[in-house]
Design a protein around this ligand. Structure first.
Ligand code: BES
Ligand code: MN
Ligand code: ZN
Length: 498
């Protein structure tokens, strides 16, 4: 996709299709009004005839655009004018791009009304246009054999009509959003691949691939099982024990700033398939546990974004990657294992495996003395119970860092919400047999999981994002969402500028 911005009148721009919006009740905004005049009433006519109502999600393709320079018009419903906000605009844009993707249209001019600058400034407007367009054009790399395979969307060029004052910021935003969407595609592809393809070794090869692509700025190290043993990562080894697939510990070091600057460490849970192990999961929707590596994929995608954008900061990406399987050799409830930190853990439930592998990776992060460390994990069903699928959960030991991430989520429409991680929760992890247990009962499960992680992070400033409810969609829309890459990209971009 190529994104451009132009300050010429939308009707003067040449493309296969000019995209305009209409509110309910035939109400036209300034942009659509100008196109209506230039096209000699082509926008108002279908509204007057009742062929188009302006309701949200409605679109109408008009083959004859009259006197405008684009060959066609696409009318898009914006809903009620008094309810038009950032969310309604996003919905309209997605409907427009989805409609374009059903045609062979290759280029389009975007002249939808946009929400007020207070709600969405010029930069984030451009960023959202590129990101939403890229996200809507995304297609799962499926393994369907039907012939002929459906053709990918033809849309290749989107020209955003905007006023001259906004041009520079919109352009910067478009290019940022384009980078976010490219890296989100990597995240989604990794998530969507079946677990028999996307194994720990596959994830490691993907990291190597990034190293090849970004050359000197990115160094990748892969630890195999023997090397993981030398690191004394007893928790990661315990989780992988039941699996025939060998584990990997992936380390990515991105250098975009001077050598002495402390890095930001990003850690991601990479369970390529989570059966629960001996504490076996219910078979219902177990297939979705192929998405249990989305934290690790978020780390790869974040590094990809930083390298692609040339962000001026240093990053360390850490991804412990393995399967969680039941087997004669598998770790059992009650087993006590020794983490790389030296602390012992009683594994009361083998399905609480994410915190185990993360604890060894978080402990490893300490050697970099990072500015901050943020981990990403599809960690608990309890987080989904607490927050549903709209917000990721955020916890940590540093209120300013948590707020920084929350605000990055607000700006990028990739929201996260804090849960209270006070000392009380950590006390629930008491064990009679080891320094701690890996579970603490059902109540407050998202927070007790974070409390477990907190025992491996001192003295680092740390935040934990539970993305169990946001990393993928279920049901008819089943597939990786690309979240929380947009939030992370914004967080890193701001840190680089600071
Ligand atoms: N990967 C799961 C969490 C999960 C479950 C994410 C369902 C999304 C949907 C994690 O490894 C897990 O199994 N957690 C347990 C923890 C429990 C045993 C304390 C859970 O949430 O049930
Ligand atoms: Mn589990
Ligand atoms: Zn899991």
């Amino acid at each position: 996709m190529r994104f451009e911005a132009s300050s010429r009148a939308a009707a003067q721009l040449r493309s296969d299709c000019l995209v305009v919006g209409a509110f309910e009740r035939g109400d036209l905004g300034p942009s659509a009004g100008a196109v209506d005049r230039a096209s000699r009433g082509r926008v108002r006519a279908p509204l007057a005839r009742g062929d188009f109502s302006g309701r949200a999600n409605e679109t109408l393709l008009i083959a004859d655009a009259g006197a405008v320079r684009s060959a066609r018009l696409l009318l898009v419903g914006l809903g009620r004018r008094d309810q038009f906000n950032r969310r309604a605009w996003r919905r309209a844009l997605v409907a427009a791009v989805a409609a374009l993707a059903r045609t062979r249209i290759r280029s389009a001019v975007l002249a939808l009304e946009r929400p007020g600058a207070r709600e969405l400034d010029d930069f984030y407007y451009g960023r959202s246009v590129a990101e939403l367009t890229g996200g809507t054009l995304y297609r799962i790399n499926d393994l369907k054999t039907a012939r002929p395979a459906p053709r990918p969307p033809a849309l290749q060029r989107l020209i955003v009509a905007t006023d001259a004052a906004a041009l520079a910021d919109v352009r910067r935003g478009l290019s940022a959003g384009d980078a976010v969407s490219a890296s989100a595609t990597l995240l989604r592809d990794l998530g969507n691949l079946p677990a028999n393809v996307c194994t720990p070794r596959y994830m490691a090869n993907q990291a190597r691939e990034l190293e090849r692509r970004y050359g000197r700025r990115l160094r990748v190290r892969i630890f195999d099982e023997a090397a993981i043993r030398r690191l004394k990562m007893g928790c990661l080894l315990a989780v992988t024990r039941g699996s025939a697939e060998p584990p990997r510990f992936i380390v990515l070091e991105y250098r975009g700033a001077r050598r002495g600057r402390a890095p930001i460490a990003l850690v991601g849970k990479g369970v390529t398939f989570d059966t629960g192990g001996i504490s076996l999961k219910d078979p219902n929707a177990m297939d979705e546990m192929k998405f249990d590596m989305c934290g690790a994929a978020t780390v790869l995608a974040a590094i990809d974004f930083a390298a692609r954008s040339g962000l001026r900061l240093n990053l360390v990406g850490l991804a412990p990657v393995c399967e969680n399987m039941p087997d004669g050799r598998a770790v059992k409830p009650g087993d006590v294992v020794t983490s790389a930190s030296g602390q012992t853990v009683e594994v009361l439930n083998t399905d609480a495996e994410g915190r185990l592998i993360l604890s060894d990776a978080l402990n490893y992060a300490r050697r970099y003395r990072p500015e901050v460390v943020v981990d990403f994990a599809t960690l608990t069903g309890a987080c989904v119970v607490a927050l549903g699928h709209h917000h990721s959960g955020i916890m940590g030991n540093d209120e300013a860092l948590i707020q920084e991430l929350v605000q990055a989520g607000v700006r990028s429409d990739d929201r996260a919400w804090p849960l209270p991680l006070t000392e009380d929760y950590g006390e629930q992890l008491r064990s009679n047999f080891a320094d701690m247990a890996n579970i603490a009962g059902r109540d407050g499960g998202a927070i007790t999981a974070a409390a477990f992680l907190s025992k491996f992070v001192a003295p680092m400033r740390w935040a934990h994002m539970d993305i169990a409810g946001t990393a993928w969609m279920s049901g008819k829309e089943k597939g990786a969402s690309g979240r929380p890459l947009s939030l992370v990209a914004d967080f890193l971009t701001r840190r680089a500028a600071a």
